[in-house]
Write a protein of this length. Structure first.
Lengths: 298, 567, 136
């Protein structure tokens, strides 16, 4: 690996660390526009919020030392998943090992945030967290299937572009988009924070730095998910060319997808946990079946 | 003798329905029926002995178009050395009220009728708590008063004053907290709270998995003693107090109160006053329904709809300010009239605003009801069959969502409603969607009603009766179709102010049916189901002075709870 | 909030009797009659404004009335109290007596004006009795 590649990777990683809260600020502005409100004063608001939280006192939840630890662990995994993803994208080292590592990193940081609210002693948080676990069990399946299928179809498309492999790509991309959307924890799938009086999640457990870190990690995960979709789309359009162009296009596309997800969320209501799981399960199983059929014929 | 009374019955009856019902009542009572009189064009008072109350209740509840409206217990010992119970039944098809008056000496038991009239359950408990009336044939428990209230003190009796009550009862929260040693650790109050509208109440949901098996309601946490307070106020001060019963639909209470006093004292109100009251009532319905639609959508996670509903509502609030001077708690009502006139300029402005509201509302409702999650979660949840709705004597949109077309505006008409034509939206499904659609349609009707009224409003500037003479011990009923259902006030007049004032808010009636709706729904749907009756707990809990229960429940350290509950 | 014009106000207490939330109260002692206005209770219904026979109460647009100290929300208007010339009990304000005198256009003489209602009743009864029977 030469010096330029390394500096490019670190540059993109730094941008990726800075972008998510900014995108969240933009999303808040856009959502306010849709709801005929004014919204936050500037798009930097999320950053200001995080800065404020960082200097606030930390109040440990009862029996929640483990919970706070998992928050910081999930921050580490999500940062490393961004860094590793950047490395994979720029050097285009797509092989089973790197894909597996990516999936492990992403799901690990996802599940660590979940663990954080399960490990508190608040019964309401535990109700909320278990709802999220139920949902994610289905969603991880869809995510893996979609992610692997899309990447595999991309490789096939670059060597042997047939209509059938294009169909496989489309199906895989659909699964990937739905699962990343759900993974972002946006409406209608923000069930763990739904009905705050019946069930609540990490948001009421943490304070100060821990809450800031939790929110930041959450935004990073949203960014990673958008980045994956952006990668799957951009690769098809521009192929693997100049690393700088790839980065620029990726950053732009990721931002667009991030905001688009936010806009979609503003137009929907919240689903119920059993309805949500049932819908997702039906969707993923049928998509996977179609994929298998397409594969058999390809 | 008996035949005499039955003859009188027939002569005071208003129409054929009340005639046949009254005859039946006369037959079951025999010589226990003491007196029948017509106290106002729409109200017939029947005085019976307590022994035959149960038989009368059976007769009345067997009729399909009769329902139980309210019951007021009154301490009339200063005048007649008796307690009196006034059971108000309404004949929907004729718009007639039958007031069954039952005297009791406070010692002998009155037969309970809550086995035949389901809705009467709370009324009897409340009369037992506050008046000390004893009922036989039922389980009596504390409903309104706190558990540690002294046994023999009944706060609504005339021989105890507000000052004495204040001295008598001090909330024991602080003492309990010290006993528990909770001062060193962090205190977090758990309940009473409301899953939907954030008001003080408490539901116990018994859940298996995510399914609600049963539900229990514990209420009356914010008793403010409004009825007792009003007994020490003058006639024209009470409307302002009445308006503060509810923060959302206060005007209905002040109109209801003034109508009750006007009926009791035979005060002729100018036509323009009726128009103004009706316009403001409908305006209040629009803003209240928009508020509810917003909250309901928020509960379903559709926050965009919530924001837009409240944006449209804002226009209505500004309009209220134009017409009355206030956004809420308008304070324009007095006995015999209103305080603010509506002139030509205001009429034009109102029409313009309503047109805008109508357009924006149409657009908003089309979008909001087509959001897939909203539809899926509303339809089929919280089902209340029509039979249950009838058995519980439900009122308002809750009843109309279950196929009962019960609307006080049509059935027991008041104000200027007989000058306009409007329809009553009714859906028979009985689920949350039906109740939502009833409210959505009602907003269109309300806009229509206001427009009709503005076209025909009299141009005179006479909006108030100059003077009127109070007469003591007259009975009056006032009812208003509030956004949540029917509000009914019973007033017994006194010398300077009401002698007894009984308020019955719609939630009092509707809340008793919520456990039925909750059985079998998913836990996640419980908040919207509870919210679907548009509950107003402060209206329901209006009866007495104390606002804190025992304190045992309120301050449980989180540590104790989490250990006991989870680990 | 409302503003009470100390020049026009005579301390008759009409506003106190009509005030629904009892924000206006009146206290009568030996020397002074104090009209108290507590903004914390006021519901801004303007009933007092409509009722005031002297038109002494004015409405204002002031509504941001929060204060650190609760006493800042209390306003007082002090009148002199007149004592009954017969029994010596304090009964109304001196301005009120003058206003009544002015409105009656001299219909009442001072010896009746400065007498409390109970004593006035007694006096009148005595007068009638004197007229009828002719005995002092």
């Amino acid at each position: 690996m030469d010096f330029i590649t390394i500096s490019l990777i670190s540059f993109f990683a730094v941008v990726s660390a800075f972008l998510p809260p900014l995108l969240d600020g933009v999303e808040r502005k856009v959502r306010a526009k849709i709801q005929s409100r004014i919204g936050p004063p500037t798009v930097m608001q999320t950053w200001y919020d995080l800065r404020k939280l960082a200097v606030k006192e930390l109040k440990m939840p009862l029996g929640g030392e483990l919970a706070v630890l998992t928050v910081f662990l999930s921050l580490i995994t999500s940062v490393s998943s961004i860094a590793y993803l950047t490395y994979v994208l720029i050097t285009s080292t797509l092989n089973p090992l790197s894909i597996a590592t990516l999936i492990v990193l992403i799901t690990a940081s996802h599940n660590l945030t979940l663990l954080s609210s399960v490990s508190t002693s608040n019964p309401f948080s535990i109700v909320g967290s278990y709802r999220n676990v139920t949902l994610l069990l289905v969603n991880e399946f869809g995510f893996m299937a979609g992610f692997i299928a899309t990447l595999y179809a991309l490789v096939r498309l670059s060597t042997n572009p047939t209509p059938l492999s294009f169909l496989a790509y489309a199906l895989g991309l659909a699964a990937l988009i739905v699962s990343t959307y759900v993974g972002c924890g946006r409406l209608p799938y923000d069930i763990h924070e739904a009905e705050p009086e019946l069930a609540s999640g990490a948001l009421i457990e943490f304070s100060g730095v821990a809450l800031g870190t939790y929110l930041y990690t959450h935004l990073m995960m949203r960014y990673v998910f958008s980045l994956l979709v952006a990668y799957a789309i951009s690769t098809l359009i521009i192929g693997f060319t100049n690393a700088l162009v790839v980065i620029a296009v990726l950053a732009l596309l990721t931002s667009i997808i991030y905001i688009l997800y936010g806009v979609v969320a503003a137009m929907l209501g919240r689903t119920r946990v059993d309805l949500g799981v049932r819908t997702l399960f039906t969707l993923y199983v049928s998509l996977t079946l179609c994929l298998v059929v397409a594969w058999l014929f390809a | 003798m008996v035949s005499d009374i039955i003859e009188t019955l027939a002569s005071v009856a208003r129409g054929s329905r009340s005639k046949s019902i009254l005859t039946k009542v006369g037959e079951v009572c025999g010589d226990k029926l003491l007196k029948v009189e017509r106290v106002s064009p729409s109200t017939i008072k029947v005085l019976i002995k307590a022994d035959c109350l149960h038989e009368v209740a059976e007769v009345l509840s067997a009729e399909r178009d009769v329902y139980f409206r309210t019951m007021a217990a009154s301490d009339e010992r200063p005048a007649e050395n008796l307690f009196k119970l006034y059971y108000v039944f309404g004949i929907d098809s004729e718009g007639t009220n039958i007031v069954v008056e039952v005297p009791t000496d406070g010692e002998r038991e009155v037969p309970s009728i809550s086995d035949v009239v389901k809705a009467c359950d709370w009324y009897e408990l409340e009369a037992h708590d506050l008046m000390g009336v004893k009922f036989s044939g039922r389980f009596l428990k504390r409903l309104v008063l706190p558990d540690d209230w002294p046994e023999e003190i009944h706060p609504l009796r005339k021989d105890i004053t507000t000052e004495e009550i204040k001295k008598l009862y001090q909330p024991q929260v602080v003492k309990r907290a010290v006993e528990l040693g909770v001062e060193e650790i962090v205190k977090i109050p758990i309940g009473p709270y409301h899953p939907a509208l954030h008001e003080p109440e408490y539901f116990e949901l018994y859940v298996r998995g995510e399914k609600v098996v049963d539900a229990r309601y514990v209420g009356f946490m914010v008793h403010r003693g409004i009825e007792k307070l009003a007994e020490s106020m003058k006639y024209d001060q009470v409307p302002f107090l009445a308006e503060r019963i509810c923060g959302i639909c206060g005007f209905v209470h002040s109109v209801s109160y003034t109508q009750a006093v006007e009926e009791a004292l035979n005060i002729e109100v100018p036509e323009k006053t009726q128009y103004i009251r009706t316009i403001i009532l409908e305006l209040e319905r629009i803003h209240s329904h928009l508020l509810w639609i917003g909250v309901a959508l928020h509960l379903l996670g559709y926050d965009t709809g919530f924001m837009h509903a409240w944006r449209i509502r804002e226009k209505v609030m500004v309009l209220s300010e134009l017409l009355t001077g206030s956004r809420k708690t308008y304070g324009i009502n007095l006995v015999g009239g209103v305080r603010k006139d509506i002139n030509k300029e205001k009429i034009e402005k109102t029409k313009q605003t309503l047109k805008q509201v109508l357009n924006e509302y149409k657009e908003f409702v089309d979008v909001a009801t087509s959001v897939p999650q909203v539809r899926r979660r509303l339809s089929g949840t919280g089902v209340l069959p029509g039979g249950e709705a009838r058995a519980y004597s439900l009122v308002g949109p809750t009843a109309r969502g279950s196929g009962l077309s019960r609307d006080v505006r049509k059935d027991y008409t008041y104000g200027a409603y007989h000058f306009v034509s409007f329809s009553i939206p009714t859906y028979s499904e009985g689920d949350n969607l039906a109740r939502t659609l009833v409210r959505i349609d009602e907003v269109y009707e309300s806009i229509n009603i206001i427009e009709q009224l503005l076209d025909t409003i009299p141009s005179s500037s006479e909006i108030k009766v100059d003077s009127w003479e109070p007469q003591p011990m007259k009975l009056g009923l006032g009812n208003v179709e509030a956004p949540r259902g029917e509000v009914i006030h019973v007033v017994i007049t006194g010398k300077y102010g009401p002698y007894r004032w009984r308020v019955r808010a719609p939630t009092y009636q509707n809340l008793q049916a919520v456990p039925t709706m909750l059985r079998g729904v998913d836990l996640a749907d419980a908040p919207i189901t509870i919210a679907s009756i548009d509950p107003c707990f402060s209206c329901t809990d209006r009866a007495i002075k104390i606002n804190i229960k025992t304190g045992k429940v309120e301050f449980i350290p989180l540590e104790v709870l989490s250990r006991g509950g989870v680990r | 909030m409302i503003e009470i014009d100390p020049v026009k106000c005579v301390g008759c207490g009409a506003c106190v009797r009509i005030c629904p939330p009892k924000a206006l109260t009146i206290e009568v002692n030996e020397k002074e009659t104090i009209l108290k206005y507590f903004i914390g209770r006021c519901i801004f219904c303007w009933m007092c404004v409509q009722t005031c026979p002297q038109k002494a109460i004015k409405t204002t647009n002031k509504f941001e009335l929060s204060a650190v100290d609760v006493h800042e929300l209390q306003m007082e208007l002090v009148h002199n109290t007149v004592k009954c010339r017969v029994c010596g009990k304090p009964f109304i304000t001196s301005k009120f007596v003058k206003e009544v005198g002015r409105r009656l256009n001299g219909g009442f003489k001072d010896d009746l004006l400065y007498v409390c209602p109970t004593c006035r009743r007694k006096l009148t009864a005595k007068k009638i009795a004197t007229k009828v029977t002719g005995v002092e």
